[in-house]
Design a protein around this ligand. Structure first.
Ligand SMILES: *[C@@H]1O[C@H](CO)[C@@H](O)[C@H](O)[C@H]1NC(C)=O
Ligand SMILES: *[C@@H]1O[C@H](CO)[C@@H](O)[C@H](O)[C@H]1NC(C)=O
Ligand SMILES: *[C@@H]1O[C@H](CO)[C@@H](O)[C@H](O)[C@H]1NC(C)=O
Length: 355
């Protein structure tokens, strides 16, 4: 009898089709953006074909052919709908979460500035404050909002542009003259720490931090810097590693200091290393779509027909992975395939945690 009731309790949420957590909030860059840049004056927007060619709603502002990682994580968590972008979320739908992601955005305010408008992490946190007020109104009190917010999953994927659209563009940004790679990683982590602390003060208790990816391998960087015979621009990947190593230490520090919350690190570089052809991805050195060489450099040329065998390409455009790669990465972030995919555990573990 006891066993049976336990079973019912455990199956309950699945039977009723409830998500594992009541809400999912997303902070990030173009890897996560699902439409927040559409209304901005910026080169970093993609609400035109062939973007979205494999997405049910077509081009929505997602920087890929189909679903992005936020979409897949939302599916894994059991949400029936994708988490709406801050730009267009209706007041009623914010209870289940909001996506604040913005292409070109970074930890640093100025990151991506040469592209035009973008919503920096600092501004994304201000947007979150607006949503928190709305949630307090919907639930009837600040305490109930706080209770609700403590149960949500939060993912943050930031830092890629602080390299791609800042440190690695000395013609537009002074950071590479001001800081050595080691110093820059430290400066970024220091600012990121303060931003994560703000999110904690806003009530977040289950937070997954995505490490920066192997940006030395993206076609845009390979084209710009050359690889000297290697498959990737190795020195760029070494810079990123400095940041990621510090991020892992930050996760330890946060978990030691903020004991009523849990922070995890998603090992993006680890997940994407290894031979892509082992999972049918036979083209790793060229984008699937024809990319622009002037306005919106590295993004797909509007209206051009992309490659047809999209499940064999690692890269959709010169910066962003294809949907199939997003599926693999998000699935491993949610449910680790290798013990090193997530530290100290994966998003599924974070969702199941009772704090
Ligand atoms: C960065 O942006 C935030 C939010 O817009 C602003 O409050 C802050 O003063 C800015 N910081 C710097 C150093 O410009
Ligand atoms: C290019 O690779 C060669 C052989 O590995 C190495 O000796 C050389 O230092 C590299 N050059 C640059 C600019 O990294
Ligand atoms: C990330 O993955 C790589 C490759 O699997 C591994 O060497 C590294 O230790 C991992 N990092 C963490 C923090 O687990």
């Amino acid at each position: 009898m006891f066993m049976m009731s336990l079973l019912v309790v455990e199956l309950g949420p699945l039977v009723r089709g409830q998500p594992q957590v009541p809400c999912y909030f997303i902070f990030g860059d173009s890897i996560f953006d699902n439409g927040n840049n559409n209304g901005l004056l910026t080169m970093a927007k993609v609400n035109f074909p062939p973007y979205g060619i494999d997405f049910p709603d077509g081009p929505t502002g997602r920087f890929t052919n189909g679903r992005n990682m936020a979409d897949i994580i939302a599916e894994k968590l059991g949400f029936k709908n994708y988490i709406p972008p801050f730009a267009t979320a209706s007041p009623q739908e914010v209870l289940t979460g909001v996506n604040y992601g913005s292409g070109g955005a970074g930890i640093r305010n100025e990151t991506g500035k040469h592209l035009g408008g973008r919503i920096s992490l600092n501004e994304q946190l201000l947007h979150h404050q607006v949503i928190i007020s709305r949630i307090a109104l919907l639930l009837g009190s600040k305490d109930l909002a706080r209770e609700h917010l403590s149960k949500c999953i939060y993912t943050i994927g930031m830092g890629n542009n602080d390299y791609i659209n800042n440190y690695l563009m000395p013609q537009f940004y002074p950071t590479s003259h001001l800081y050595t790679p080691q110093q820059y990683a430290a400066v970024l982590i220091h600012q990121y720490f303060k931003q994560i602390k703000t999110l904690y003060n806003q009530g977040a208790r289950k937070v997954a931090l995505f490490g920066i990816g192997l940006i030395g391998c993206i076609p845009a960087e390979v084209t710009m810097y050359g690889t000297n015979g290697s498959a990737c621009v190795d020195w760029i990947n070494n810079y990123v590693q400095l940041f990621n190593d510090k991020l892992v230490s930050l996760v330890d520090e946060l978990n030691n200091d903020l004991t009523d919350a849990k922070f995890i690190y998603i090992n993006s570089t680890g997940i994407s290393s290894g031979d892509p052809s082992a999972i049918g991805l036979t083209v790793a050195n060229a984008p699937c779509c024809d990319v622009s060489t002037n306005y919106g450099k590295g993004q797909c040329i509007p209206q051009r027909v992309p490659c047809s065998d999209r499940s064999t390409y690692v890269f959709w455009d010169a910066f962003h992975p294809t949907e199939i790669v997003n599926v693999v990465s998000a699935t491993r972030a949610y449910s680790a395939l290798s013990p090193t995919d997530a530290y100290p555990f994966d998003i599924r573990g974070l969702a199941q945690l009772s704090l």
